[in-house]
Write a protein of this length. Sequence first.
Length: 600
Amino acid sequence: MGFIPEEIIAQVLERSGIVETISGYIPLKRAGRNFKANCPFHNERTPSFVVNSDKQIFHCFGCGVGGNVITFVMQQERLEFPEAVRLLAQKAGIAIPVSDASGSKSTNIKQSIYAVNDASANFYHQILISDKDPAARQAREYLRNRGITLEMVQKFRIGFALDQWESLISFLRKEEVSLKIMEQAGLIVVKENRDGFYDRFRNRIMFPIFNVQNQCFGFGARTMKDGLAKYINSPETPVYTKGNHLYGFHLSKDAVVRLDSVIVVEGYLDFIMPFQAGVENIVASLGTALTVEQIRLLRRYTKNVIMLFDSDQAGQSATVRSLDLLLEEGMNVKVATLTSGDDPDSFVRKFGAEAFQEKIRQAQSFFDFKLNQLILKHDAKTIEGRAQISMEVLPMINKFHNAVIKFGYLRQLADRLLLPEQVLAVELQKISSGVQKNNPPQSTVDVVMAQPPQSLTAVLNGGVRAAEYHILRLVLDAVDLIPATKDEVDLNDFQDEHIRIIMQKIFELFDKGVEVNFQNLTSCFKDPRILQNISQLMVLDDFPIADKIKMHRDCINRLKLERIKSQRKGLVDQIRHAEISGDHNRVDELKEKFNQLIKG
Ligand SMILES: [Zn+2]
């Protein structure tokens, strides 16, 4: 993956509508000339994330993130610039020429791993469905007995790894894949005597795992034999970090947005059986508890989570405790429980999809669920038991942001424990005053990105930087002001580094005869902080000042005045130095300059 030519980047920007692209990730609501949404990059309850279709820009007034469609994809998919351009180019059907110029090395490796994983997934899948190998036939039989249709096998590209040491290796060698990439992808393992490699996955049903962009980043491999580890998984690789992904989400994310809720189950088959039966808004965590990364990934699509447990699991306090994370991340959590001994897979096979949906509808609020668990665990009839329960429930109530909800739960708790509300309220007060001191900010955005852009701070502080900022806005709003700006101010007059860089680009585009608009301007920059500065300008409403020319003149004068002030100060310093060193000629010379400056 090499250098992407500028005209391709411009094409990608032109053909990837920002509203269409972003609404593929989060639901956008029209608000006047803009679109609004809850920001996917920080936790918020009222939307401060704005998308402007005319200017092809987004900006969040909450956390300050903003830019063009490429910036959005970079942030949302956690991609490097060229990766994001490639993804958008692919969607828009734009071919990117392969170039020999060196691109980012880590990007190269990642793309190679996705490619080799994809080829391996197809290889395993072909073995399973081609009906040639007896063991593969047995695997198909096994899946059929579990009730999994051929359609699902194809949809999830389920495969089979033969019971051979070098089956995948020899296939991939024929495809000219290097052993190094196979090893980096975690598909092969070095022999103990260090003399060569062997296939990691053997005699197992293969579940490829895809990210939301449909790229295969790893595998879960299930044995059909007793006595072996039921599943072995891909090791961590440059494209796979444990606990960062959700199984099946690439196929269910649209339904999750449409239904504005997601059902979370644990394993591959727990996912596939309900999905096959028509429950589309579902994901598998592939672990007992959701991680912060998984929750934040879900939160970009919905805030409503239904955790599904079988009744054995429900009692496991480690799992239950991990649910607290969901509340901390601002999610609305419900808990559904299945009949004793059943997991989602067996439940759907036995009772069908409708019964499953009924269990989902009956999901309890997380609060009721947890309270019931605690009442089973501690004896609510004794004083000690009641104290214990309230000590565990109150911190949870405290995590709710809404005071009405807090009060509602407090009342419920008081009812269940037969205690006066006031007593519990006093205890809750103690907890909340202790907790607020170290409430960490919740943001998935890098620290650099979360800080308000420099020039915004400048504007808030007023002063000369406000004038710089207004000039930038004015020339973008009315390009006929560019020549006068170029004539009268020097780039060095702009003290704000970002504004200076942006102005320089504007002058360059203008000199080249390129139309100065937001799209052409944003395509010149890759630095997210600069794009943020631009996006913040673009989502503002139309310029409120009727007389743009007068405002422009005032701001230019302000910059000029500032220039004279700083020159004057420089001269005064020089004069002082010359006086100290006794250089009278120099003093006279400088004083003359000073007088000129005042007159000018
Ligand atoms: Zn935000």
